[in-house]
Design a protein around this ligand. Structure first.
Ligand code: GUN
Ligand code: ZN
Length: 406
């Protein structure tokens, strides 16, 4: 199969760039990438098409897709009233499989072909979710949520049992498990330390939430004898390179240094932060502390399924804080190759020979000054800020069409 158009390619200085060319796909894998105007017999795409790697979402919750948009609450109240009841329904693994199939197809229809997601506290549901996602073919991390306190009875389980289960999950197709203690409030120190050990022995990724709202941070200090939120996770051995911390808004400089030195990344979820009124993450300070930022939708606190909207919100928040926002080309890199690299997905996120053909065919209905040496408007900026989901015409996962617009 030949796919032609303006290819979004990694650029060591700019993040990404657009180059005219085509790629060949065989057995779901990109076999070659060629450049130039001459395009023969393209099966897909053409002169007006932008061919982009599938988007990578660094933080989302599969069971929360049906409850997107429950507004008017802060984090802790929203968890109790909206999220926990929704997650309790995953006691039924068949329902979890069906919900995951729907959630993943929804993500693909917005261009996301890889993600790090949370399931629920149920072992069978987490497994069913991994299977359902693997069946569609997406690349993912999916974690069974670990909670042994401060949540409804039906969602807390003894630490020993949870840890045994967490260590039992195996990769299914392109879907890997992730050790996922929900957040410090819902985990005892024993569960957190055990989670650190499971990550160490199995090599699984860790994902959790950190310093999202002020109320949450105050509660953590109360539960953990005045320790900083970051120190709670550091002592449990959870901070490591293969670790994605959701939010990281209310951090002090010492916490930033600890996270930066550990190599852990922070999932930056600006649309979710706006929705819950959590605050605005300090991108500049985090980057200065060598913390890799990884944009995440945080569905269902985040109402936006589209990673392009999340990327745009990331730049908006930087500007609202009075900072110079990174250029759009960097934001495009963040939601493709950047996030793939953070999540250890070395087979996706870039248009490169040997990577999986997880690709998007985009046809903007605005004039972009593509191929001009000095465009009056940066095409990647226009693509980001004027983005319209209707421009996404097709999503390929491992070379297979999983979404096509009418
Ligand atoms: N903190 C703990 N659990 C959650 C969750 O499900 N969503 C968000 N946004 N924050 C959390
Ligand atoms: Zn989250």
């Amino acid at each position: 199969m030949i796919v032609a158009g303006w290819l979004m390619l990694p650029d060591p200085h700019e993040g990404v760039c657009l180059k005219r060319g085509f790629l060949t796909v065989e057995h779901g894998v990109i076999r070659s990438v060629e450049f130039g105007e001459e395009i023969f017999m393209a099966d897909m795409g053409g002169e007006g098409t932008i061919v982009c790697p599938g988007f990578v979402d660094a933080h989302m919750h599969l069971p929360q897709v049906p409850v997107i948009g429950a507004d008017g609450m802060g984090l802790l109240q929203w968890l109790e009233r909206v999220v926990y009841p929704a997650e309790a329904s995953w006691a039924d693994p068949d329902l979890a499989a069906e919900a995951t199939d729907h959630a993943v197809r929804t993500l693909c229809s917005f261009g996301t072909t890889a993600f790090a997601g949370y399931a629920t506290v149920h072992f069978d549901a987490a497994k069913a979710a991994m299977r359902a996602a693997a069946e569609i073919g997406v690349r993912a991390l999916i974690g069974q949520v670990l909670m042994d306190r401060n949540a409804p009875e039906e969602l807390v389980r003894p630490a020993a049992q949870l840890l045994q289960e967490a260590a039992k999950h195996d990769q299914i197709g392109r879907v890997r498990p992730a050790v996922s203690p929900r957040f410090a409030i819902s985990c005892t120190p024993e569960l957190l330390a055990g989670a650190g050990k499971v990550a160490e022995t199995t090599g699984q990724f860790v994902q959790t939430h950190l310093s999202e709202t002020r109320d949450e941070c105050a509660k953590v200090r109360e539960l953990f004898d005045g320790l900083s939120y970051t120190e709670v996770y550091a002592r449990a051995g959870l901070l490591r390179r293969r670790c994605v911390l959701g939010h990281g808004i209310w951090l002090d400089d010492e916490e930033r240094r600890t996270i930066g030195a550990s190599g852990a990344a922070i999932a930056h979820c600006p649309t979710a932060n706006a929705f819950l009124g959590a605050g605005m993450m300090d991108l500049r300070r985090n980057v200065e502390a060598k913390i890799r930022p990884a944009p995440g939708s945080d569905i269902g606190a985040g109402p936006d399924r589209s990673m392009v909207r999340v990327a745009r919100a990331m730049l908006d928040v930087a500007r609202l804080r009075g900072e110079l926002a990174p250029p759009a080309s960097h934001a495009w890199w963040s939601i493709t190759g950047g996030n793939a690299s953070v999540l250890g997905f070395d087979d996706t996120g870039q248009i490169e020979q040997g990577r999986s053909a997880d690709l998007l065919l985009i046809e903007p209905d605005i004039e972009l000054e593509l191929g001009e040496d000095e465009p009056s408007i940066d095409p990647l900026g226009a693509l980001l800020y004027a983005w319209d989901d209707r421009w996404l015409k097709r999503t390929l996962v491992h070379g297979k069409t999983v979404y096509a617009s009418l």
